[in-house]
Design a protein. Structure first.
Length: 271
DNA sequence: CGTTCAACCTGGGCGC
DNA sequence: TGCGCCCAGGTTGAAC
């Protein structure tokens, strides 16, 4: 998402418009819609970043816009999948640049905030967000998760321990690392932490190159409203009952619920 | 401290 | 066709 909106770097925000449609609940904005509009108008976009699963727009003066897409939110430079679920339009100034940046969200669980540097450090600091999943080494991964008795799958999704891993990629990484999702973190051996670290890098890196996973509901799109491609690479996620690709049919993909989330794995090659 | 669970929303897919 | 149910890339806060 962050890379997709790279073209807006250097543009100036003319105005923020909260788009509302009947029947659809309005976007949740912090601290308030009016102060958001007042504080972003006329500001230049000086940086684009990411904090775990959030997209961050750094403005001149130090304020940061934080998009939290949750399940169905999209940050777009192109026309959205539907007009009805469009939530925010940032009108941009600057030649040969996109003229607007949109936030679209079908379910409406996503949030938008504008944070000054102190608020940003407090709200998205180390107390709420662990080290990024792409900036680890095996020792740090074990140090963050290793003492816990929780199932490794549940711990991988805990953003305070490790930032950036969601439900699909937790399942995929554990399959690649051949680790059963229910295993207590504390039971993992050094070789398994190394495999899990490698799997995080490989799976997340590949998923980024494929621009994400567009599931059957078709929701996820990149900034140009184009579907991702990584869903065709999924080894276990959403493949309940299918043959495990590593076992060549000797193992079947199983689905259980762990920490209230669907969890897919091969019971034969994940131990 | 850790686990569990409801809640926040909308819509797609399925069985009947 | 309509209805009820289950499901969904997530996070928070209350209750145990």
């Amino acid at each position: 998402m962050r890379r997709g909106i790279a073209p807006v770097l250097g543009s100036t925000i003319r105005a923020a418009e909260f788009v509302r449609s009947a029947r659809i609940k309005p976007l949740s904005v912090s601290p308030s819609r009016s102060s958001f509009q007042r504080r972003v108008a006329g500001r230049r976009i000086e940086g684009l970043g990411r904090a775990g699963k959030r997209v961050v727009i750094e403005l001149a003066g130090g304020d940061r816009i934080v998009f939290e897409p949750r399940m169905t939110g999209l940050v777009l430079l192109a026309a959205p999948p539907s007009e009805e679920h469009l939530r925010l339009r940032l009108t941009l100034a600057g030649r040969a640049k996109p003229s607007e940046l949109l936030f679209w969200d079908r379910r409406g669980l996503g949030t938008l905030s504008l944070l000054d540097p102190a608020e940003f450090a407090r709200r998205l600091g180390p107390d709420t967000l662990g080290p990024d999943a792409l900036e680890l080494d095996p020792a740090l991964l074990e140090a963050r998760l290793g003492a816990s008795k929780r199932p490794i799958k549940v711990a991988l999704l805990d953003q305070r321990k490790l930032a950036g891993v969601g439900n699909i990629y937790a399942a995929e990484c554990l399959h690649v690392a051949r680790i059963h999702p229910i295993r207590p973190c504390a039971s993992l051996k050094p070789a398994e932490w190394r495999r899990l670290h490698a799997a995080l890098e490989d799976v997340l890196g590949e998923a980024i190159r494929y621009e994400g996973s567009t599931l059957n509901d078709g929701t996820y799109r990149n900034a140009l409203n184009v579907e991702g491609g990584y869903q065709s690479c999924h080894r276990v996620y959403g493949r309940e009952g299918g043959a495990c690709s590593r076992c060549r049919g000797r193992g079947r993909v199983e689905r259980i619920v762990l920490g209230q989330r669907a969890t897919f794995f091969c019971g034969r090659c994940q131990r």
